[in-house]
Design a protein around this ligand. Structure first.
Ligand SMILES: Cc1cc2nc3c(=O)[nH]c(=O)nc-3n(C[C@H](O)[C@H](O)[C@H](O)COP(=O)(O)OP(=O)(O)OC[C@H]3O[C@@H](n4cnc5c(N)ncnc54)[C@H](O)[C@@H]3O)c2cc1C
Length: 271
């Protein structure tokens, strides 16, 4: 399967006031293996220019070097997203149109129309992160994690789910027993953290956490430090950072998280 290709928009619909679902078609999508929580990199063209794909094979490092070698004024902006749903040759991606200043991906999604073209790298099975095995799995995240949680829920029946969204209008139909938390103007992540603190979790539970990075960090600290969950039983990803773009350099806390993730990964276990 070609890991990189162009994607053409075939449909755009608002599924909630702040979520736009965009359907894409493109070469190679029909060869994608199915698995839940498929992450991909989307490449957004600079204003007024077509999207330019790196000329490289499927090796991720060579692909990234070729990406960086594109002259700055032609280089597409790269952002991470999740496949929300798919058919044989299309994928749907849900873009959150968040409050506050929009970055290039959000601005693009707000204006997207049928026929628009982006680039993609992935989804790449090498980055597949299966849910930790346990009798109960806590899934917790904000609206950006909703696409991943929706696909994970299609595969598990032992999940306790908490999703924080801006308000009731942002809820989406999901299978299973989902506890929706409405921010309603409260600080981002505060309702999620409070609900997880109060949740009954059996000893030996595992967790999957995603969303705003400082909230994910606080959730993980609580689960390990105060609830005794094993570090290796928590899969976590900071999806976005307050006041920072995805192009900004990692902070010291981001680097510490990345190092811990590597330590806890199955490949390193026992080393
Ligand atoms: C693996 C992975 C999967 C993801 N899947 C999805 C997905 O399916 N759908 C989705 O919508 N997002 C998803 N995200 C999050 C998305 O990549 C970020 O929100 C990204 O920053 C959006 O790019 P941008 O160009 O709009 O903003 P940037 O240029 O990165 O940031 C511009 C400004 O917007 C702020 N910002 C960014 N996102 C948010 C937000 N959600 N709420 C409030 N402020 C924000 C930043 O703090 C910054 O100040 C995922 C992230 C990862 C790492």
């Amino acid at each position: 399967m070609n890991a990189t290709s162009l994607l053409e928009v075939t449909a755009v619909r608002r599924v909630t006031p702040r979520t736009v679902r965009i359907t894409f078609t493109g070469p190679g999508l029909d060869e994608l293996e199915p698995w839940p929580d498929q992450q991909l990199k989307l490449l957004f063209p600079p204003p007024g220019r077509p999207v330019r794909l790196p000329a490289a094979d499927n090796d991720v490092l060579r692909w990234y070097q070729a990406y960086l070698a594109i002259p700055a004024e032609e280089r597409p902006v790269m952002r991470s997203y999740t496949v929300r749903a798919r058919t044989r040759d299309t994928i749907d991606v849900d873009f959150v149109l968040h409050a506050g200043p929009a970055g290039p991906a959000t601005a693009w999604a707000a204006q997207a129309a049928v026929g628009d073209v982006l680039g993609r790298y992935g989804p790449d099975a090498a980055y597949r992160r299966p849910l930790p095995a346990a009798e109960t799995v806590l899934l917790a995240g904000d609206e950006t994690a909703l696409p991943a949680i929706a696909t994970l829920l299609s595969e598990v029946d032992n999940a306790v789910v908490f999703v924080e969204v801006p308000d009731a209008a942002e809820e989406q139909p999901l299978p299973g027993n989902v506890r929706w938390l409405h921010r309603d103007g409260a600080e981002h992540g505060s309702r999620l953290l409070a609900a997880v603190r109060e949740a009954a979790l059996p000893a030996g539970a595992a967790a999957w956490l995603a969303g705003e990075a400082s909230t994910v960090r606080a959730l993980r600290r609580h689960l390990v430090g105060e609830r005794g969950l094993a570090k290796g039983g928590i899969e976590f990803t900071g999806y976005w950072r307050r006041k920072l773009t995805q192009d900004d350099a990692p902070t010291a806390e981001d680097l510490a998280d990345a190092a811990e993730k590597l330590e806890d990964s199955p490949a390193c276990a026992g080393n």
